[in-house]
Each structure stands twice: as C-alpha cells, then as structure tokens.
Design a binder for this molecule. Structure first.
Ligand code: GRF
Length: 199
C-alpha cells in the first residue's frame, strides 16, 4: 500500500471521494494524513470523522513562503508519504518544496489546462465563451498549474451555464477521476518509480 498525504484548504469533497474510494476498493493506497493551512477547513473535520491523522500547519509565524514550506515539509515527513495529493490547497508551493518532493506531488485543477490556469477557472471558462471545459490532474512543478499533465476529462458547457453550475458538473467528474488516477499513479510509483507518463 502506498502512503498518500492530502493537502487542502477548504471543503474537502475530493478528500472525501478519495477516502471513500480507497476504502471501498483496492486502489493500492491509503490516506495516512491530511494537512491544512486553514484551521477551520471543513476537510480537517472530514479527516477527523474518517479517523485519519490530520494537522493544521499555521502560516502566520512564517515570514515567507519557503519558511512555511519548511514547516509543512516537517509535518509531511512525519507521515513518510509516497505521494502528496493537493486537493484544493490554496497556496503556491515554493521551489524549495517542489524540488524536495520532485515527482511526488499531484494537483487537480478544474479546467482543461493549459486553458484557464490560476483562480476561478470556471468563471474564466464562462467569460471566454468556451464550449467545453473539464478537469486536469497534473504533476506539480515550479509554475502555477503548469506541470506535466497526467489525466484530463472534458465536460460540455451548456447554454446558460453559470460558473456555479459548471463547478458542480466539474466536481462530479473530479470525485470519480481523482481517486482512480491516484491509484494508477501509485501503481506506476511501484513499477517505474515516477508519477507521470503512460505505463
Ligand atoms: C476542486 O474543485 C479542485 O479542482 C480545486 O479546488 C477544489 C477543491 O474542492 N483545486 P474540495 O475542497 O475538494 O471540495
């Protein structure tokens, strides 16, 4: 079993989907810990309810991004993670962090990257008049939503679609796709020792 640690800042609906799927079937991994930069993140409550170890890593004492990421790394290393899964973690990771965990960090983004990176991608898709959007799971590199793409799934943008309705459609895909792709990544970690690419 590969050891997965989830980093989040918010609701944690993806965490819940990942937990449910990994417990309901043999996907080859276990969520061993959840870390958050927000003490009140609902995702931490979900971890608690599921009996998963969790911690709030407070950003306030850290003077800069790298010093926070050193604290985060210390908390992460307690869990000896094989894979670090970002699921709504609303901080940009420093080059220090990305290099330290090179090839071990994945993110999910609610657009078809490279379209609509960064904030509010659903609203970006609506304003651009896109006829399709979707979900991208990618390896994390030093850019924002720029790392190598591992998996994507499309969704149609309906007439009259709003950012909110599009976000709901996209989340349904995320909840199905992310647990499966994490399983595939964990299988590849075992055989080829890296997360990306085709097996
Ligand atoms: C997801 O839509 C994900 O794509 C984005 O942040 C959102 C997190 O949602 N990166 P949740 O906290 O898992 O409900």
């Amino acid at each position: 079993m590969k050891r997965v640690v989830v980093l989040l800042s918010g609701t944690g609906s993806n965490l819940q989907a990942i937990l449910d799927a990994s417990r309901g079937e043999d996907l080859g991994y276990e969520v061993v810990g959840v870390l958050s930069n927000r003490s009140k993140a609902l995702g931490l409550e979900k971890a608690k309810a599921a009996g998963v170890a969790r911690a709030f890593v407070d950003p306030r004492p850290s003077p800069d991004r790298e010093s926070y990421d050193r604290e985060l790394a210390a908390a992460l290393d307690e869990f000896s993670p094989d894979l670090i899964v970002l699921a709504g973690f609303m901080r940009i990771l420093s080059p220090y962090f990305v290099r330290r965990y090179a090839g071990k960090v994945v993110n999910i983004h609610p657009s078809l990257l490279p379209a609509f990176p960064g904030k509010d991608p659903q609203a970006q898709a609506i304003s651009a008049g896109a006829s399709q959007s979707g979900v991208t799971i990618h390896e994390v590199d030093e850019g924002v939503d720029t790392g190598p793409i591992i998996a994507q799934e499309r969704v149609d943008v309906a007439l009259g679609e709003t950012a909110t309705s599009l976000a709901k459609k996209i989340q349904r895909i995320e909840h199905r796709l992310y647990p499966r792709v994490i399983g595939e990544i964990c299988a590849r970690l075992g055989t080829q020792g890296r997360i990306g690419g085709t097996p």
